[in-house]
Design a protein around this ligand. Sequence first.
Ligand SMILES: Cc1cc2nc3c(=O)[nH]c(=O)nc-3n(C[C@H](O)[C@H](O)[C@H](O)COP(=O)(O)OP(=O)(O)OC[C@H]3O[C@@H](n4cnc5c(N)ncnc54)[C@H](O)[C@@H]3O)c2cc1C
Ligand code: FES
Length: 1303
Amino acid sequence: MRDLKLKSLQAGNCSLTLRFTVGLTGTKLGCAEGGCGACTVMASFTPGLKNINACLAPLCSLHHSAVTTVEGIGSVASKLHPVQERIARAHGSQCGFCTPGIVMSMYALLRNNPQPSLLDIEEAFQGEVLRSYQSKTFVCSPCWWQKETYMESGWPCTCSEACTKREYVECMKMYQKYFLLYNPSEFMPLDPTQEIIFPIELKKPLKQLCFQGERVLWIQPSSLTELLDFKTQYPEARLVVGNTEVGIEMKFKNLLYPVILAPAFIPELNTVQRTADGILFGAACTLTRLGMVLRDAVQELPTYQTEVFRAVLEQLRWFAGQQVRNAIGGNIVTASPISDLNPVFLAAGCKLTLASKGGKRVIEMDDSFFPGYRKTVLKPDEILLFIEIPFTKKGQYFSAFKQSQRREDDIATVTCAMNVAFEENTNSVRNLRLSYGGMAPTTVLAKETCKRLTGRKWSDELLQDACSLLAKEMTLDPSAPGGMVTYRRTLTISLFFKFYLIVQHKLAQDLNVEVRCGPFLFHSVFPCSTQLFQEVPPGQNKDDVVGRPIMHLSALKQATGEAVYCDDIPCYDNELHLALVTSTKAHAFIENIDTKEAMCVPGVVAFLTAKDIPGSNRTGPAVYDETVLAEDMVTCVGHIIAAIVADTQAHAQRAAKAVKITYKELKPVVTIQEAISCKSFYQPTRKIEQGNIEEGFKKADHILEGEMHIGGQEHFYLETNCTLAVPRGEDGEMEMFVSTQSTSKTQMLVAKALGVPANRIVCRVKRMGGGFGGKECRSTILSTVVAVAAQKLKKPVRCMLDRDEDMLVTGGRHPFLGRYKVGFMKTGRIVSLEVTYYSNAGNSADLSLSILERALFHMENCYNIPHIRGMGYMCKTNLPSNTAFRGFGGPQGMMVAESWMGDVALHCGLPVEQVRRLNMYKQGDRTPFTQRLEQFTIDRCWEECLSISQYNQRRKAIEQFNRQHRWKKRGIAVIPTKFGITLTSNLYSIQAGALVHVYIDGSVLLTHGGTEMGQGLHTKMVQVASKVLGIPCSKIHISETSTSTVPNTSPTAASASSDLNGMAIYDACQTLNQRLQPYKTKNPKGTWEDWVKAAYFDRVNLSANGFYKTPDMGYDFETNEGKPFNYFSYGVACSEVEVDCLTGDHKNLHTSIVMDVGNSLNPAIDIGQVEGAFMQGVGLFTLEELLYSPEGVLLTRGPGMYKIPAFGDIPTELNVSLLRDAPNEKAIFSSKAVGEPPLFLAASVFYAIKDAITAARAESGLRGPFRLDSPATPERIRNACEDSFTKLVRMTPLFIVPWAVQV
Ligand SMILES: Cc1cc2nc3c(=O)[nH]c(=O)nc-3n(C[C@H](O)[C@H](O)[C@H](O)COP(=O)(O)OP(=O)(O)OC[C@H]3O[C@@H](n4cnc5c(N)ncnc54)[C@H](O)[C@@H]3O)c2cc1C
Ligand code: FES
């Protein structure tokens, strides 16, 4: 922690100040909108402490507070904090970019609450987004963090008193299974002297403060009178407490508020007081405090009085992360139509006290409080002073519901509150108030419905009428912003039905057993997981670490913030910042670019266009069909047109937004359907064919046809694209620090644009905060633009994209449409298949051909189809170019396969698992591309998976559950995968190099062509070198990946980097071993250091390079001959889910995965990869939805709108087992690739959901195959669970322009 000299700093946000002014780079920037938690720090004020998002917290708001960053609590260099150590040693850090945020959230929780419960821990992590999911169950286990274990001993649960708690007992059971992955008894206890104490000098009385920034005057009044005076003086001024709304408006909506009033510390605004009618809260009270006070009240008061309080608590439970739970007043006055609290306050009729210099007035909150979108009735000189939340009375019932895409930390799709009061001792409605958010530009009351139901009896007739009335009153325009029109309308009715059932229950009226489940959320169950792997054989040398679960070598540094990522490199004195100017049109000619206003922004140095590129403006990873900077035409929204360079990032971004471009628009092609209609395809098309499909269809008993669309996916690496280019001043030399998976590709494309030979460009990568394929090709354009600027201005230039820019400019996983015709026998045996894939490639070819080819290579998944033909088309559209993404087309190919497999089983009325098994390959079978399946382990994976998941028992229990529950259904699915391993893009890329230096002191510097992005490649490579050289890992160091040490590297991709680089390292180390052998022979009792010294003095070369190319590779599509894959990785997963048929929500109850990774090089890292890939697949198939407008504008540009899986989406029970005794002779030390293959296993969750929907549809008499596109979002699930409610809102298809289209 350092003392922030506030006066010397410009008013800005806390994270930028920490990173660039103070140099504390442990605080990361992942989104700048409060949605990822990477920037979490702890702020301590005189009354207490709180975790905050540094990206939104204005620096001025932290005056007189102590800010603790991850560096402040411990470090590898000095002493680790137990929170840092435990998360790292339990393999809880992979790419590490989110780890400091997770550490700080846990740290702040423990400082506030030394005895956290499971719920407390889950809540603390709600504001943290993560792309690597291992260790959730460890990290979330209360016994790790309870005072006794964390402060006094290294190992949980040594004290029997604590063990009486159920959580402890459960934890202990779970821990028994983990001992092999790490040793908790080595954990350090807390050293209390490490804990930071609030600095006494910060305890100062409240006084008025003013900060004048470049554009904003910040005033912190010291009293209510001062505040009201200022509000009269500056009626346009905004009040800011947490800045979670105002900050977003200023950053993303380009709004400027020249005067800010900060009332957070004014006593009246922090009042909490019980009154005769309820509890009165000052408007600056935080939502966290609101929750605490209401929880106490619920404990103390009679139940009937606290109906509203419990509804508020329910809404808070599903509110954003704790960092965002700021002022109550902020939530109300923002007047967001999807506020979670305003519906409750409206339905409850809360009283608001408004104050101005002229006096106070009290109003009751109803829908007249919101006269329009984001408007309230507050006068310009008024502020909200208090809100009074009322007690409820006997005979009054109140509930609130929120439905969102993701249950945790998400904004609502529809949110509502319902309030009914009955005539004394009757079930006659005296008063009914239903309020909805998400159904109009403001929070609204369903007045007409309520009026018509008043006086009626609470009965099934009332329910029927209520549903019809709501269907009429709660309508939406078919093009309404937010889309999901049918779903939102269904929700208004379904949620009322839930309320109806709850009230019935409270009135003690009879309910059918099956419908009782309707209103309730899924049960919260203690999470558990097992992780099984084969230990190294007894007798393996203890220094031989291959096969042992050693920790990721950077994990500790990642947990302390000491690990250096690209943007953490300290700024050069003369460094400049770059911001991109991008197209707002999908397809257009550029008519004019006006930079007048932009060039007036302070600090602007240059505006660069294509004309400034000294070399070639043509670029692209496979074919040069793209521009570095657009010339006269743009072909997608986000197309990079120009760049602004300025003294700071803020100035560069402000100027970039001020550049005005006029366009002549052309009609864009956005969707696959549009591309098919106008035959907009890239060439070539691809085909794989085996047998004779026409003959096959003739033989078949039945033929079915179907279609499935699989949506795209955003990589959402936590670290966005970043480049720092440093010109070296002579001979055109340039040093590039880049977050990329492709050092050589970056080097070559930069050299091409600069017009210099590649030997002048050095590209260096220390580590990445995730890549997932997104930094294989798409990173090169940004790097090239930055290099052009650096060369022109002869100064270092840096650019790290903001999350919204990154999502806009770079493409993601290809959306796919699969059309199929399948012929099969009555038994379920499939005899013929014709499948056609269309991928949405976007505005350039990029790697789309290889991705399409991989989809075709995986079109039959694990099934032997005698007659098969697969065709593939790449659609040329006006979207940002889609690109590599973990799985590289394979998951899309297999997803369609499981769709026809399910259709066949449903049609035949057979269990789908039986049909899968019946059609499965056997050892020695050949694929449609004629590759023989050797060492085929699917059978073993399948049997083991059925056994560990207890499939048969589960299936029976599910059938029983479904019979007993009308509105909740469970489903199960077992899905196999076979994933081909090799880089398929080009034969020449299947090669790798390594360089190993041994220094005179015996230390070894290892370099290879692969990059580290959290997948543990460097750790595995050190293990390999350690084994071959016969020295401990501690003597080996990897500093970075650089084109100056290992040239002409292939991208770190296709899961093959351990295989390729491992063999190259093996080669180099063997060379060194041969050179050292004479000295070992001469001095057999000597040490490594002795041999190295002796060799050096004997003038032996102690530096060796290594090289490897995979033999016998190559496939020809024309002849269907050759071998595309070195080998296959196999796995099977079984998942069980529960679906809420009324809302479309689902809960992942259980997953068991059996994965064949050969002889694992490092089981901890491999299990992390299996869990990480699986969860990324869960995101792909059930959650992550990219939305585009019909004009091709990406609408989901940050964590607020685009949801990746959170902690709560991890299956409650998650078991991973690495298949035993399955050595793979094709890769280093008999291992197998692991990064991509497990991703597709998440399809088991999707098909379990489909299984549950099938059960729900059966209740409405619907049987047989039905289409379910991916992802299975709540909207799709609810719409598929057709029932009487969905019928009420069914719309006749009209010719409408929807808000978003399926691309
Ligand atoms: C990542 C993220 C997730 C979110 N999730 C949710 C969610 O799940 N549910 C939800 O409902 N909201 C959500 N929000 C919205 C928001 O954070 C909350 O509404 C929060 O309570 C606002 O408080 P604040 O102190 O940060 O507001 P600020 O940004 O400080 O202020 C918000 C507005 O209120 C005005 N204001 C504040 N206090 C007063 C006052 N006393 N008198 C007059 N005007 C006043 C300000 O001038 C400003 O216009 C989310 C926001 C973010 C960034
Ligand atoms: S960077 Fe602050 S929450 Fe994402």
